[in-house]
Design a protein around this ligand. Structure first.
Ligand SMILES: NC(=O)c1ccc[n+]([C@@H]2O[C@H](COP(=O)([O-])OP(=O)(O)OC[C@H]3O[C@@H](n4cnc5c(N)ncnc54)[C@H](O)[C@@H]3O)[C@@H](O)[C@H]2O)c1
Length: 372
């Protein structure tokens, strides 16, 4: 597909890759560029710059996707290319709270599903249309340090493949854009997060837009702004175990060179934790002093009500009850001793989050069980 004269919608168009795409589509002579973003101000800025239409929309909300398609149709008559590009990153592994798994699932996977539901019928009716889905090299390979990102990007790629198989003969073209690091807020704001090591070798969003233009012109399924990703993907397919060994070595190197400090703490603490709390086996009768008696009473109650899955490395000695809420005693928490590394802050933060969840869970259960 060539962009000249076409109507294009871009989600996540307010920043980063989406913004570079909108700008490039305008330069290429698109008839209309619809800039959709959850950040309404950013969408407006890009739309005014490109002479397009700004729509505030959350891709994780199906009604928003239908409204977006309706507004684009009203403004420009039809949609030729829908770029489902918005995405988010969440670091961590199985310990990531359900709330964050749900959030990333709804943005990175259901965002594509809702967009397709909204726009595909008009494309099928015309017998032509193009869906570009921004996935990631993590969808072909993996994202060290982030299970939620790896999983949702694999799912997004699976959805794009399925669409291409199913609707190609009906005139629908599908491309999956799978870059490695790109210099956008997602990468540059990741601090010590999982994607940070990709900053080296990262492309500018404008370079990604160049690749997209070429990929669309050739109607290629995989658009790989970093061509080496094709080689990595081949290696993975030809010897999976060897590829996994290489990824483990890379992870080790990154941790040793302190490029993944947060992961270092997580891997250690996750190794220490038991998979599921066994209420029968916990040594609740071990000696404890006055300071943890309230916390202990709380955990006892949780245990009795079987509401809490509490990990053994979170010792109650590290926490004091304060003002009806639980508060960490930073001085008393020998986190670096327990972890065998110096990521005390990360550990404490994780610990705080878990306590917050436990408290939120407790109040929810209480509210739910209040008599009407
Ligand atoms: N930056 C990278 O290194 C990189 C690498 C591979 C893939 N990607 C993917 O590229 C896509 C774009 O990311 P980016 O790097 O430009 O990041 P970015 O954070 O710069 O831009 C993402 C845009 O999406 C918007 N957005 C976030 N959640 C939204 C929602 N629920 N609904 C609508 N808009 C929403 C944000 O407001 C922002 O404008 C994402 O899918 C990301 O996973 C990025």
């Amino acid at each position: 597909m060539y962009i000249d004269g076409k109507v294009v919608v871009v989600t996540g168009g307010g920043h980063g890759i989406g913004r570079a795409l909108c700008r490039r589509f305008a330069v290429e002579g698109a008839h209309g560029v619809v800039v959709a973003d959850i950040d309404a101000d950013a969408a407006r800025r890009v739309a005014s710059e490109t002479g397009g239409l700004a729509v505030a929309a959350d891709v994780a909300n199906e009604a928003d996707m239908h409204r977006l398609v309706g507004l684009a149709n009203n403004a420009f008559g039809q949609i030729d290319l829908f770029c489902s590009n918005a995405g988010i990153a969440v670091d961590g592994g199985p310990e990531v709270p359900d709330f964050d798994w749900d959030r990333i699932w709804h943005v990175n996977v259901m965002g594509h599903v809702y967009a397709t539901r909204a726009v595909l019928p008009q494309m099928l009716a015309r017998g032509e249309g193009y869906l570009l889905q921004t996935v990631s090299a993590a969808g072909l390979l993996s994202q060290i340090g982030s299970a939620p990102y790896s999983v949702t990007k694999h799912a997004a790629l699976g959805f794009a493949e399925w669409l291409s198989i199913t609707y190609y003969d009906a005139g629908i073209r599908v491309s999956a854009l799978c870059p490695q690091g790109v210099k956008t807020d997602m990468l540059l704001d990741s601090g010590a997060g999982a994607g940070h090591f990709l900053t080296e070798g990262a492309l500018e969003p404008e370079q990604v837009a160049d690749s997209v233009l070429q990929g669309l012109a050739q109607e290629r399924f995989l658009i790989l702004p970093h061509p080496e990703v094709a080689t990595y993907f081949q290696r993975k397919a030809s010897d999976y175990d060897r590829w996994l060994r290489g990824m483990r070595r890379l992870q080790q190197r990154l941790m040793e060179s302190n490029m993944l400090p947060s992961l270092k703490a997580k891997v250690v603490s996750t190794t220490m934790q038991q998979p599921v709390w066994n209420f029968e086996q916990e040594p609740w009768d071990r000696p404890h002093d006055e300071t943890d008696v309230n916390l202990r009473a709380y955990f006892d109650r949780m245990r009795d009500e079987k509401m809490l899955q509490y990990r053994p490395e979170w010792t109650d000695e590290q926490v004091v009850e304060w003002d009806g809420n639980f508060k960490l005693d930073d001085e008393a928490a020998p986190a670096e001793l327990m972890l065998g590394c110096s990521e005390r802050e990360v550990f404490l933060e994780e610990y705080r989050q878990v306590l917050d969840q436990a408290i939120a869970y407790r109040s929810r259960v209480r509210t739910d069980t209040q008599p009407a």
